[in-house]
Every structure is written in structure tokens, then in C-alpha cells.
Design a protein around this ligand. Structure first.
Ligand SMILES: Cc1cc2nc3c(=O)[nH]c(=O)nc-3n(C[C@H](O)[C@H](O)[C@H](O)COP(=O)(O)O)c2cc1C
Length: 192
């Protein structure tokens, strides 16, 4: 029991957002990606709607996704704000990644408000992040403005919505501590 708590809290505290610039070229095997996705299934889900939906982009698929994100960036950015450097970095991030998973939900407006489905997705993504960490796979949740325009590319349908991109890759980063302020500042105890 003590050992379980130690393992779990180590993984939770060790997990950091790891960005594509730190990824190596080593591909992540499909079995590892599948195990990471399987862990999402155990997230809490009100009314058991299981709203999480994922699309895995690997190989040429991830390159095409990067190109589409860059195209959407250019399309939705006024010419005077457009930065070629940013456009290029969107494409580069995709090629540096071993895999990109789009983080989508299937909404059930007759059953639940959107925020509950989003909360459930976030729990699922945290499970994925922790499982990735246990596999020494680097990952991070990215939420660029372009995801709002990705619906057609992803064929999400009337109730589908994309909330982010989960970039993944093996990496060579040295462990770094989390930047957080003390938890005690955010807790009130009521005992009487
Ligand atoms: C919903 C969500 C969206 C995020 N979007 C971005 C993003 O667009 N770009 C980015 O650099 N980091 C993004 N992050 C990662 C945060 O920057 C990161 O979690 C934060 O800096 C704390 O670092 P840590 O994850 O290593 O503890 C996002 C995180 C969450 C939960």
C-alpha cells in the first residue's frame, strides 16, 4: 500500500509538459500509444457518456495535420499579425513529434452541460499524461486558436468539438521541478 502511494505520487509529481523541441526521433510503438489511450477510459464520466474521442496522427498523417494547422493559422490571422516564424514552427512541431492525438469530445446536450463533458475529457487527458510519464514518453496538451477551426478536417460532426492537441515523443529532457505556489495557500479547512 505504502509502495503504491509512493509510485503514484512520484509519477504525479514527476510529470511535466514536454515540448516537441526536446523529442528524439525514436518512434513510439503502437502498443505504447494504445496503452496510453486505454488509460483514458478509466476517467470519471457523469452519466457514463464517455465523451472523450481521440484521433491519432502518426507518420505522414502528423505531417499533414501540421500543414493543416499552419494553413489555418495563416487563414485566420490578419496579414499584419502573421508571423512566418510561427507558421514554420507549427509545421516543425508536428515533424518533431512521434505522434499527435487530437483531444475531442462528443457532446450530449440532452444529458449534460458541456462543462461536464470537458471536465471528463480533462480527467482522461490527465490519465494519459501520467501513463505517458510512466512509459518515459514526453507529452503536452496544446490549445492553439486553430483547434476551433479543425472540426471539418477531423470530421467531428454536429456534436463533436476539439479541445486540444496532445503532442508526444520520447525525449532527452533532464527532470525539472514543477513551478507551483504552495498548496496550503489554496485550501481552507472548515472543522467547526
Ligand atoms: C487545457 C490546457 C491547455 C494547454 N495549452 C497549452 C498551450 O497551448 N501551449 C503551451 O505551451 N502549454 C499548454 N499547456 C501546458 C501548460 O503550459 C503546462 O501544464 C504548465 O506550464 C505547467 O507545466 P507542467 O505541465 O510541466 O506542470 C496547456 C495545459 C492545459 C491543461
Amino acid at each position: 500500500m505504502e509502495n503504491e502511494i509512493k509510485i503514484l505520487s512520484d509519477i504525479i509529481s514527476r510529470r511535466r509538459s514536454i515540448f516537441p523541441a526536446s523529442y528524439t526521433e525514436e518512434p513510439i510503438p503502437v502498443e505504447v500509444i494504445t496503452a496510453i489511450l486505454e488509460s483514458a477510459s478509466y476517467a470519471p464520466t457523469h452519466k457514463l457518456t464517455e465523451p472523450w474521442r481521440f484521433i491519432v496522427f502518426r507518420g505522414e498523417g502528423r505531417i499533414k495535420l501540421g500543414n493543416e494547422l499552419a494553413r489555418l493559422y495563416q487563414l485566420t490571422t490578419p496579414a499584419h499579425q502573421f508571423l512566418q516564424k510561427k507558421y514554420d514552427s507549427i509545421i516543425e512541431k508536428a515533424s518533431q513529434s512521434s505522434c499527435i492525438i487530437t483531444l475531442n469530445v462528443e457532446l450530449h446536450p440532452d444529458k449534460l452541460p458541456e462543462w461536464e463533458e470537458l471536465a471528463s475529457l480533462a480527467c482522461a487527458v490527465q490519465n494519459m499524461s501520467l501513463t505517458a510519464e510512466a512509459f518515459n514518453v514526453g507529452a503536452y496538451w496544446s490549445s492553439p486558436g486553430m483547434i476551433a477551426d479543425l472540426k471539418d478536417y477531423l470530421n467531428l460532426g454536429d456534436y463533436g468539438k476539439c479541445y486540444g492537441l496532445f503532442y508526444m515523443g520520447y525525449h532527452n529532457e533532464v527532470p525539472r521541478a514543477a513551478k507551483r505556489t504552495p498548496m496550503a495557500d489554496k485550501i481552507k479547512w472548515v472543522e467547526g
